[in-house]
Design a binder for this molecule. Sequence first.
Ligand code: SF4
Length: 184
Amino acid sequence: MEKEFLINDKIDLPISVTFHKIDDAILIIEPKNPNWIVLSQIEYELYDLLKNNISIKKALEYCLNNSNYSESILRNNMQFLLEKIEQAKFYEEQISITENNPENIKKNIHVYLTHKCNLHCSHCYVGAGNEINNELNIDKWYKTIDKLEQHFKYSEIVFSGGEPLIKKGFFEINVTTQPVSKKR
Ligand code: SF4
């Protein structure tokens, strides 16, 4: 775990999230960023306490007094949960307000290229499937990205969707906007 959590720490979890039960796991999605984590049942129970702005210690104590889990199981699962939160940076505010030079913060541009996707995953956070009517074509995307480049310094463009690879002309835009990173 990169970050060390102290037992009296409170975790600043995202406020606007949705919960989805998938088999034995709980998928928590923060659509604003977007970001997500997948938790086991016991991790979710601990998460549910932490999101009420109580400390790690209080959450463990509450669970110990109100469930059949042993202390060691609760401690282990709290550690798994905190690792997942830290790994995904699943916090309400991801950029530190103490940053001295905000202009130097690495900026990514996320281009939501198309709503179309051939996989139709049940857990899809945007409900991707069919192309929607008012999607920009690739020429308009290229012009939009070109304008953004004139106004912002950024280090990476992330093409997302839907499935960006099936957008007509995708490889054309990817060549003309070099250097870029193809990421999903
Ligand atoms: S965009 Fe497509 S591949 Fe990704 S989660 Fe949604 S349906 Fe699945």
